[in-house]
Ligand binder design. Sequence first.
Ligand SMILES: Cc1ncc(COP(=O)(O)O)c(C=O)c1O
Length: 476
Amino acid sequence: MRSLWQALKLLPAVQQQSASSLLAPAASGTPAAAAVLQQARGIFTAPPHDASSSSSSPQAIQQQQLREQSTAAQPLFARGRTDAENQAIVKKGIKLLGTPMYLDMQATTPLDPRVVDAMLPFMTGQFGNPHSRTHYYGWESEEAMETARGEVAKLIGADAKEIIFTSGATESNNLAIKGVAQFYREKKKHIITTQTEHKCVLDSCRWLQQRGFDVTYLPVQKDGLVDLDLLKSAIRPDTALVSVMTVNNEIGVIQPIKEIGDICRSRNVFFHTDAAQAVGKIPLNVHDAKVDLMSISGHKLYGPKGIGAIYLRRRPRVRVEPLMSGGGQERGIRSGTVPAMLAVGLGEAARVSQKEMAADTAHIIQLEKRLREGLMGQLTGVELNGPNNLQQRYPGNLNLSFAYVEGESLIMGLKCSHMVVLTLCRYGMGRFTTVEEVDRAIELTVNHVNKLRQMSPLWEMVQEGIDIKTIQWSQH
Ligand SMILES: Cc1ncc(COP(=O)(O)O)c(C=O)c1O
């Protein structure tokens, strides 16, 4: 029946159009959508390492030319805006200081043009409810949703049946922590996590504590890593779940999830990892790491906001109590219509991330080195927060402390980074970050740190050779 309907192709013409033709009607039928997209709308470009650029077909050459034109003309942050819009932003003082730049990739990442392309048909003609079983519109949405599920699964070495779509990592973390705790509550009442988890993990644990569960919040070491001996000693016979994030959003530390997985499996405890900052950025395999539950966020891997997923292991099976009651979609674990368009975006983001991971990593490592060396070469009193090696730290997150500078003033001056606590500055780089953006960040940081230090009495003392650790500070 289904194939008959498919064969009939009863689709409005618009469904057959690509993103390029929808956005740039004059250019329809010409090159791949990503290239036309950027021409038509000024959307950011794919980086030079995009695999398609290596081909020498006329299409690929044209794509490359468009990319170069666009990259040269406008930095990422400005792309997609008119000059007047950029001017307005400058006036408002938002983010811009002369040259636009975006270095907050932990907060969110821009959509990859390939993702936009994949999603567009599902914003227009292909609008069916993926759970509608009786007509073609439903089936084609369902098929696209299942393809996307497969891509997400592939990226983390899972089976598609183990992937449940959610609204993002916040929901996935809530579902993992509250869901496991509540499902196994008759036998187990204890959860272990760390003090440096994302707020949605910590708040879910607090929520459980208010309902009679016990939670151990493990401290981390100076470099942000979990102490495995401490973890082992914290596990109790009634421990249901250990939740430790894969990559930390503030300092980029990569936790030893394989070792944690081994410990948990050997003690018969489920292991959940919030991998929002890791999926699509570093190689992950749920079997190698013996992960039982994994949280994924679409907008951290160049996919759309408002979609995410949770990996739930089938063998040995992990069960969760759903957070919501409803139509029983997603195997009864997550009721509510899956937004097929967003799921398709997440699937494409996962596919592209897998394909680009090596190139992304090489690109980001170069940028990180340039930024770190650029800052440390021109400023003294700069310290790296987190491990000083890229086996244990994601390079797209460079978190630095600037001594003798009040952090808030620095952040206000830079308008580029994210403030963690005073004197810390997080620089978040990704697939679309350019060398120009990094150089601009170096220039601005050096200028502002020097300016602020000139106003700092502490800095003056240090310059005079006074060891400020020996000073007795008055409380008045
Ligand atoms: C580590 C971590 N977990 C969870 C989240 C929440 O993700 P989402 O925005 O998809 O709910 C974030 C995003 O800031 C994050 O960095």
